[in-house]
Design a protein around this ligand. Structure first.
Ligand code: RB5
Length: 149
């Protein structure tokens, strides 16, 4: 199950991403917003991020104008590793090396077709583990206020 959310700037792109997810056989849960009326992206980003952090959803995709606000919000939630991507290489690598569990997109930065390729690259890549797991464990330690050296 993929959690998906956006703000007013990204409703159209979110619908395209939802279509892609359905075509690819993924279930999703849409945490809003549903209209182009100006709203506060932290409300929707936090709903999606908390659904992923709790295990209710496996991964999440959040979209705002730049993708920056949504990625910041998602990364405030413990256990979330949200990557803002505007290219397919980063989208793949953030799965392979960072095991990102959320993807952020900027609807005012990239076009629909590139966004779909980024989502595909992110969905298809697998975490490599090994030395990268050590680094993720350090991130978790930082999140828990522990020393890592
Ligand atoms: C909304 O105008 C805009 O600030 C928002 O979509 C996003 O880009 C924030 O980071």
């Amino acid at each position: 199950m993929i959690a998906i959310a956006c703000d007013h700037s990204a409703v159209e792109l979110k619908e395209e991403v939802k279509k892609l997810l359905t075509e690819r056989g993924y279930d999703y849960e849409d945490f809003g917003t549903d209209t182009t009326a100006s709203c506060h992206y932290p409300i929707y980003g936090a709903r999606a991020a908390r659904a992923v952090a709790s295990g209710h959803c496996d991964r999440g995709i959040v979209i705002c104008g730049t993708g920056i606000g949504m990625s910041m919000v998602a990364n405030k939630v413990k256990g979330i590793r949200c990557a803002l991507c505007s290219d397919t290489f980063s989208a793949r690598m953030t799965r392979v090396h960072n095991d990102s569990n959320m993807l952020a997109l900027g609807a005012r930065v990239i076009g629909v077709e590139l966004a779909k390729e980024i989502v595909n690259a992110w969905l298809d890549a697998e975490f490599e583990g090994g030395r990268h797991q050590v680094r993720l464990d350090m991130m978790t330690a930082i999140e828990n206020g522990e020393e890592i050296e």
